[in-house]
Design a protein around this ligand. Sequence first.
Ligand SMILES: [Zn+2]
Length: 378
Amino acid sequence: MNDLRFQELNTIKEDTGISLYLSITPSIGKKEVLNITKKIIDVIKDGVKEGDKEIFEKSKENLFNHLEGLRVKGKSLFIFSSPKNTYEFFYEFPFRNEIYFGKPNLYQFYWAQIEYKDFGVVNFTEEKFSFYKISFFKEKLIFEEEPKVDTSTWRRKHIMPPSAPKSGVSIGAAGGGDLKDAYEEKYLYYIEKYLSDFKEKVIKDSDDLKVIFVNSDAEENIDMFLNIPPPSQKFIKLNAPSNATINEIIELGIRKIEEINKNEEKETLKILFDRAATSNLAGVGLSSTLKVLQDGRVNKLIISENLNKFVYECKSCGYIYQERESCPSCNSKGQELKNIRFHIYDLSKKYKSELFILHGNEAKELDLNDGIGALWRY
Ligand SMILES: [Zn+2]
């Protein structure tokens, strides 16, 4: 996350307090935020250990004091509140409503980096060629160019020289064409040159992007851009209404990317189930997946967004396992109960597996197998 204040939060990892995630709408008032928080704080109240009760109460008091003065200014909110510190962050991408007591729980930020990958938008208007990057639903203009030819001609079906009389008198020219042909040829040459330079710059600056949507108020402009070399799989046509604002174009991009992601989820789940059914380097279920993962054999770790299971972490070697008396790796009896939901991101990083998150119906299908499975390397 390139949010400076988020980095600040990273520096107080050892602090203990309440982490609160809320999805909100700009129309929601402070009162509603308070009401939701009061409701969900009850969920964790009973789980707080005796020795932590004082820290919890003080964190809670600070949290509600903070909410009293809250000014809603985004689509989602994250607050971390401890007896000493309270941090508030608004974002434009949604969170799951959730509350947690302990060390700052940043797991939703890590999941969000997987769920909301940055994408690009190339947009052509009469005056400008623009390239935006959209990160967590917030756009940033990367560069913009004003072509030195009059692109208003470009959007007319039949290109006419600016000086051509309306009656359309043609004057013969060498090579058999007329003035109109000569103009069109020269005009296209310049347009293509500008587009091709622009395209190369976009490609050069988009290593971090999976998809770049290409939009213009005239479809033939999009085609022209796509057909100009070099070809790239990253570019996808986006047909926003001709008078759409950049925000509407981005909204449309977000919906398109959701479609792309949904298809990828369906495909991934099918591969997982097909391969697991034939024991072809894949498996589902918590116990076996944890084992294969910690053997370093998992290529793609696939989880449901609803993943919510308790596991033990060995206090001496850090091995994660399901309920049993001693650690299967080192036989030590010291263990700590943890929810795998909050640790799966770190585990996937540790064992160099790609974490993939399923949503909606696909998530529910995997929930029948503990909400977890994996494609193996070997
Ligand atoms: Zn152990």
